[in-house]
Design a protein around this ligand. Structure first.
Ligand SMILES: Cc1cc2nc3c(=O)[nH]c(=O)nc-3n(C[C@H](O)[C@H](O)[C@H](O)COP(=O)(O)O)c2cc1C
Length: 341
């Protein structure tokens, strides 16, 4: 069991925050396969302070979406009190602050991974969050800004002094983005330096890699991002594998189809038909990733604007699946525009 403040997580393997992905339907699907915690999409404290409608919708949740972390993005501690006030009336269990986003749009404004270059400023923001919020506060950091300034250990110590309850670290620098290798040694340094739980992120794409993350870093938990796209089974499989080495069978086509339809239903219920179907298109690609020979079906899925139309396309997988060429279920490119985060 992993404890983050009062939050008790029965397993230390959880969904990592993903902007443009971690909406309520995706969180619920991930939870149904065992993720004990999930986060809202990244919320800019400026936008939430101004009661921006889209941002407020990002806080919508449901009773089975617990415990829930909200992830804030910002660059000034002055905005913290109002941002925390805006959480009133919403059910949130943990506040996570993003000092990891590598997107130039974000770092140019001194937010996200830019704060890796300003540890004292980041500590000031975290202190304000701890002061203003009655919830446990976490931070998500990177290994550093670039290979010449790997400073995660120092940043983490500042953050711990600021009173945070838990730290998430993506073991790459900002300059690496999502490329190159994950630095397990940096994560281990951070883990050894801190007294609070450290959750490790970066390339937790397969059971072997998840095990390696635990073994090489001594981390208290792992967060899975890309490996869960179209593959929520990874939570169940990783939990089983870490418990006693059991490798569960991969889901068959009937189960894949059932989960896709359930996800689509929830997406439409949450967003409305037009938006919900539009958002599900990318999940369709992810759910069918690793299957060769599906381009015509994917093209049709993209042209389909209705829930019923998309369900018909999903059902066709039953006939096509035996003809597909199977590649690794975990690997594969993530849509480049989403990689901006
Ligand atoms: C599409 C996408 C969106 C992401 N958005 C966020 C985000 O909003 N906040 C955050 O802390 N990390 C975000 N990340 C980073 C992931 O949480 C994770 O740290 C990173 O992808 C490395 O883990 P992985 O190798 O398991 O994907 C995002 C990653 C992806 C692929």
């Amino acid at each position: 069991m992993l404890k983050i403040g009062d939050i008790e997580l029965p397993v230390p393997i959880m969904l990592s925050p993903m902007a443009g992905v971690s909406d309520l339907p995706f969180r619920l699907i991930s939870r149904s396969f065992g993720s004990p915690l999930a986060f809202t999409e990244m919320i800019d404290i400026n936008a939430i302070s101004q009661k921006d409608r889209r941002t407020t919708h990002m806080l919508s949740s449901s009773p089975d979406d617990r415990p829930l972390g909200v992830q804030f993005l910002g660059s000034s501690e002055l905005q913290i009190p109002l941002a925390i006030e805006r959480l009133h009336g919403h059910t949130v269990d943990l506040v996570d602050f993003n000092a990891a986003c590598p997107s130039p749009k974000v770092t140019r404004k001194g937010k996200g991974a830019a704060l890796m270059r300003e540890p004292k400023k980041l500590a000031g923001i975290l202190s304000a969050l701890v002061r203003e919020s009655r919830l446990p506060v976490a931070v998500k950091i990177r290994a550093g800004w670039d290979a010449d300034s790997v400073n995660a250990r120092d940043v983490a110590l500042y953050a711990e002094d600021a009173g945070i309850t838990c730290l998430f670290i993506h073991g790459r620098t900002r300059v690496q983005g999502y490329t190159g290798v994950v630095d397990y040694a940096v994560i281990r340094d951070v883990k050894e330096a801190l007294g609070i739980p450290v959750i490790a992120s970066g390339d937790n794409l397969s059971l072997e890699k998840i095990k390696r993350m635990f073994n090489e870093t001594g981390c208290d938990g792992v967060a899975i991002a890309r490996g869960a796209l179209g593959n929520p089974w990874i939570f169940k499989e990783a939990i089983s594998y870490m418990k006693d080495g059991t490798i569960l069978p991969r889901p068959d086509v009937a189960e894949r189809i059932a989960v896709m339809k359930h996800h689509l239903e929830m997406s439409v219920a949450h967003w409305g038909e037009k938006r919900g179907v539009g958002i599900f298109h990318k999940f369709f690609i992810w759910y069918t990733r690793g299957l060769g020979g599906l381009r015509p079906l994917r093209n049709r899925a993209f042209r389909t604007g209705t829930k019923e139309g998309l369900i018909e396309v999903i059902d066709e997988l039953m006939q096509l699946y035996p003809l597909c060429r199977h590649r690794s279920p975990y690997q594969g490119p993530v849509t480049p525009d989403l990689m901006a985060h």
